[in-house]
Design a protein around this ligand. Sequence first.
Ligand SMILES: NC(=O)c1ccc[n+]([C@@H]2O[C@H](COP(=O)([O-])OP(=O)(O)OC[C@H]3O[C@@H](n4cnc5c(N)ncnc54)[C@H](OP(=O)(O)O)[C@@H]3O)[C@@H](O)[C@H]2O)c1
Length: 366
Amino acid sequence: MTPATLRFGLIGYGAWGSHHAAAIAQTPSAALTAIAARSEATRQAAAAAFPQAAIFADYHELLARDDLDVVDVVLPSHLHTEVGRAVLQSGKHLLLEKPMALSLQGCDELIAAATQQRRLLAIGHELRLSSLWAKVKQIIDAGGIGAPQYVLVELSRRPYRLGAEGWRFDSARVGNWILEEPIHFFDLARWYLASAGEPQSVYARANSRQPGHPELQDNFSAIVNFADGAYAVISQTLSAFEHHQTVKVSGATGALWASWSGAIDRTRHPTFWLKHFDGERLVELPLEKPTGEVFELEDEIAMVVDCIRHSRAPAASGDDGRWSVGLCLAAQQSVESGLPVSLLNYVRHGAVLPDTQEVEHAAGDD
Ligand SMILES: NC(=O)c1ccc[n+]([C@@H]2O[C@H](COP(=O)([O-])OP(=O)(O)OC[C@H]3O[C@@H](n4cnc5c(N)ncnc54)[C@H](OP(=O)(O)O)[C@@H]3O)[C@@H](O)[C@H]2O)c1
């Protein structure tokens, strides 16, 4: 049985972690009970914003508490495996920001730990919760465009933020830049093309406008191939302005076109729309809720509460997170070699995931 209010610990209170904190604090049936933050300045900022939360310098101390149900990890990406594994081994449920890990081995370790501990492992691919991007999925699944054959996910935006101590510009800590934003688009494309099975190969190109730094990929494009000729195009430029994302999906009988624009990715005042052509009629569909990553983050926290309460599968499971990491690693390999990369070696062997993750309810219950 689950307590009436789920008690969250948060590890990492940086640019995105502070948004997580606010989202947890405003979620009914969730309490922000503890925060671990590295520097004194960040701990002070967290304490000032959330005086009811216990603040720790060392995340191990947070994990040693027995009054937490779930821990949300929002740290630089190279720390995800180590800290995520520690969370699961402490017996807490885990919400882990993307990328799930910087390697497939890291993903496998996290999946194994969640399975062994029978704890929820939810990955922060929050676009799946969007009123806009999820509506595209609903229309595809309802047969609104016939079998999907082509997906384009395209973003043009301003450059990435540096991150604390410049981790986002350091390959050892970020992995590669495909693991930063394009990872969301690989996740969407694989989700939209689920009826075509798992992706089979990827070919990618990238370039940089920063001399001597080809790893800082300002422009990136990939083609992902699926069965029966279905394919997805993922394309991103960081050499642009504001934040503008487009999704186009064409199926055997119709097509969808979704668009989102904001001054920045975290705006609460975006413009967005969705057009559906069913082969005869073109309509612009009403969208019941605003969309954007700050809204989806709130829905993600509510989703985690719901998953733990009702033993439901998360919007993006460990296996989904692993596929997204695998697609990014394969794309990076393709950028470096100039050749398409088969994804056969990226399929997880020897472990069959149930459709719904089996999760034990938290201790101390109603
Ligand atoms: N799903 C999404 O849409 C989305 C959006 C943005 C970011 N993310 C992901 O979220 C994660 C965090 O990104 P961010 O933009 O919030 O980064 P950030 O602003 O750099 O914040 C990182 C936080 O981690 C702390 N930290 C850094 N190194 C640490 C270490 N060795 N041990 C303990 N704490 C450490 C920093 O502490 P100090 O403040 O004390 O330096 C900082 O508070 C990344 O994995 C990123 O990919 C996801």
